[in-house]
Design a protein around this ligand. Sequence first.
Ligand SMILES: Nc1ncnc2c1ncn2[C@@H]1O[C@H](COP(=O)(O)OP(=O)(O)OP(=O)(O)O)[C@@H](O)[C@H]1O
Ligand SMILES: Nc1ccn([C@@H]2O[C@H](COP(=O)(O)O)[C@@H](O)[C@H]2O)c(=O)n1
Length: 229
Amino acid sequence: MAESPVVVAIDGPSGTGKSSTSKAVAVRLGLGYLDTGAQYRAMTWWMLTNGIDVDDPAAVAAASAKPSIVSGTDPQNPTITVDGTDVSAPIRGREVTAAVSAVSAVPEVRSRITELQRSLAAEAPGGIVVEGRDIGTTVLPDADVKIFLTASPEARAARRSAELKGKEAADLATTKEALARRDAADSGRKTSPLAKADDAVEVDTTELTLPQVIECVVTLVEEWKRRGR
Ligand SMILES: Nc1ncnc2c1ncn2[C@@H]1O[C@H](COP(=O)(O)OP(=O)(O)OP(=O)(O)O)[C@@H](O)[C@H]1O
Ligand SMILES: Nc1ccn([C@@H]2O[C@H](COP(=O)(O)O)[C@@H](O)[C@H]2O)c(=O)n1
């Protein structure tokens, strides 16, 4: 008999390893993968490209229904398009990163993107790993397994700097400050802030390698399956 789908929610601040872990867990367990940060980045890219003032919540709200954002959920090849254009590269740029917390704080943006996330999760045939900031609390409060990843600010800044080396790299202190600023904005917004769900398992990844974090999450999902779903 085919196994029923499992829905895994992975939340946490920036640079804690959500994307790397979620993708690898999805591949290991044969699940879909959804990067919800990419959807907020895609919305932000569209606002910037279309000359919308991202610091004007009313202007962002009024435009938020316009772009068509489509996410592909194959963990081996996650995709994101806006009005048919592949935006996977530009959404990672400095301009989008600096503006995304302002755009994602707008309630109309969140309700539109939350709707997309819920339909993708419901459509995933064998189950899905969804990563973000509010998946366990708001988007999928009934997720089967909920994880909240953390890591020290130093470890997160070091990881991000290593990742950006040779691209848009800034010094470690600047990177740490930028991460702290984004986390503060994401945790402090009124609508659906970054938060750990009461029933999420917190995993501090500061002293763990990426393969150890992946193993830990796979074990939690397998334990959940063994308990009889
Ligand atoms: N446990 C770990 N040890 C060392 N490096 C790690 C670990 N987990 C992730 N990394 C590395 O840290 C960087 C950031 O990881 P990742 O993009 O998965 O984090 P994230 O939580 O999704 O960040 P964001 O929310 O900003 O997208 C990547 O280069 C990744 O390879
Ligand atoms: N569930 C989520 C996911 C993301 N955001 C916002 O998007 C930004 C970018 O996320 P990354 O994971 O790609 O770094 C993030 O800083 C949040 O502002 C969100 O609000 N909810």
